[in-house]
Design a protein around this ligand. Structure first.
Ligand SMILES: [Ca+2]
Ligand SMILES: [Ca+2]
Length: 123
């Protein structure tokens, strides 16, 4: 029963995300497009090993890559060279807990984008 609910959630997320991609050229404003680009920049920034997932070991980079204390998505800061703090990992763990729809302990592009669309983009 629980798995079925999860599967429904994932399918719903997939539909809304692909809906965004197909309408991108016509319906989206320049600002929304920029925000979507920045969301992907954030994802790539945190995905250090480039496997298309933000793994548990990469959660510590999320704050450096623009995730705010309120877990909203923001632009990737220019100065992301500093050493990650332990609190950054706690923030990443909280982010994982709310974005990981399929429960595989890592954040897919889809899960990341779904969260950023929902949480809004903070300049
Ligand atoms: Ca990764
Ligand atoms: Ca996941």
């Amino acid at each position: 029963m629980k798995t079925r609910l999860l599967a429904t959630l994932i399918v719903t997320a997939g539909i809304s995300a692909s809906g965004c991609t197909t309408t991108e050229s016509s319906a989206q404003t320049g600002t929304a497009k920029a925000a979507a680009g920045a969301t992907m920049a954030q994802f790539k920034c945190a995905d250090r090993n480039g496997n298309e997932y933000i793994d548990k070991s990469e959660l510590i980079y999320l704050r450096q890559c623009g995730i705010t204390e309120g877990l909203a998505c923001g632009p990737v800061p220019d100065d992301s060279k500093e050493r990650p703090l332990k609190t950054d990992f706690d923030l990443g763990l909280r982010f994982l807990q709310i974005t990981d729809a399929d429960g595989d302990d890592r954040i897919s592009k889809l899960e990341f984008r779904a969260h950023c669309n929902k949480a809004g983009f903070v300049e």
